[in-house]
Design a protein. Structure first.
Length: 162
């Protein structure tokens, strides 16, 4: 994901979430907006934000990928207003089977790099008897052969009424 673009778009209005014990090597920091979160690279030492807080437990579970995930690809672009600009565009990601989809804003979509892979994090909804998308997980392409993909971003869905 494009971290520098994300930082510029937030200015100083983002929130930094700390995850794990800071002195341990697996502790990490995430920069959050109302609709997306990005892992702060370990090479970045300072970021200006409105607040620094502990990671909310629900988001921590998403990062740990507790739940169900399925590989997703961009499948649609919706213009909700005939005279709207590209910033109004809604991007739709679907699983390969097409049974689960998630809508994200164009601003958040612009943060995803071509080489990134995406997965939909979903949960089963008893009321509707179907799987419901909770977030789009963005993973960076492995740097070396044998490396795993690394979760670098979480994008939350836009309003379903579009």
């Amino acid at each position: 994901m494009k971290f520098k673009n994300f930082v510029k778009s937030l200015a100083s209005s983002g929130v930094i979430y700390k995850r794990g014990i800071e002195d341990l090597p697996f502790a990490d920091r995430w920069l959050a907006s109302p609709t997306a979160m990005m892992l702060i690279p370990t090479t970045v030492k300072s970021v200006t934000a409105a607040a620094i807080q502990d990671m909310p437990q629900a988001i921590d579970k998403m990062i740990d990928q507790i739940g169900h995930t399925d590989y997703a690809v961009l499948s649609d672009a919706i213009m909700p207003y005939p005279d709207g600009g590209i910033k109004d565009c809604i991007r739709v990601y679907k699983t390969q089977a097409g049974d689960i989809s998630i809508k994200i804003s164009n601003d958040d979509w612009k943060l995803i790099e071509r080489k990134d892979t995406c997965e939909i994090l979903y949960a089963y909804d008893i009321d509707t008897n179907s799987n419901v998308a909770k977030a789009l997980l963005v993973k960076s392409f492995p740097k070396l052969p044998g490396d795993d993909e690394e979760l670098v971003g979480i994008i939350f869905p836009v309003n379903d009424e579009v």
